[in-house]
Design a protein around this ligand. Structure first.
Ligand code: ZN
Length: 175
């Protein structure tokens, strides 16, 4: 298990579309282990493989709040098969868009088909923060970031700020 470097916007790799995983083998499992370590080390609650530079349809999540009650969840090739018409709003942030937050509307509930850590096919009926997190992470698989939902002006202001931060400290890593 290794803590990997998280890519931050602006970065072309984050805009790549991730590919389906053919089989959940030990390589994919060790990728999931690394992703979980990386996410915990960065105090995040979700991470997509592309955020550490791997364009594979793999997501890890842990929305449990207490340190001693970890509840990691693993999603391989997730597919949303149903979304509620009603939205909910959460203030979202992203490990790839450091220190930026914005309120985003997303369907309040969704049903997701996926393969788990052992390659077993599963169905999850998500609501609330879990539904929002899954949708946020699944956007990463399409190369979409939450700032893409903001106005052009707001988005370009954020990207400008992030580029400036990168220039000031090109060796900054969030670990
Ligand atoms: Zn994110």
């Amino acid at each position: 298990m290794t803590v990997r470097k998280i890519l931050t916007e602006p970065n072309k790799i984050l805009r790549k579309k991730s590919q389906n995983v053919k089989s959940v083998n030990s390589k994919i499992q060790s990728l999931m282990d690394d992703m979980l370590d990386t996410m915990y080390a960065a105090s995040g609650i979700g991470l997509a493989a592309i955020q550490i530079g791997e364009p594979k349809r793999v997501i890890v999540l842990d929305i449990s709040k207490e340190e001693d009650k970890k509840n990691p969840m693993f999603f391989v090739n997730p597919k949303i098969i149903w979304k509620a018409n009603e939205d909910s709003i959460y203030e979202e942030g992203c490990l790839s868009v450091p220190n930026q937050f914005a309120e985003i509307n997303r369907p309040k509930q969704c049903h997701v088909e996926y393969l788990d850590y052992n390659g077993k096919s599963k169905l999850l009926k998500a609501e609330g923060i879990l539904a929002t997190c899954i949708q946020h992470e699944m956007d990463h698989l399409e190369g979409i970031l939450f700032i893409d939902y903001l106005s052009k002006l707001k988005k370009s202001m954020i990207i400008k700020k992030l580029s400036k931060q990168k220039k000031e400290n090109p060796n900054r890593i969030i670990v």
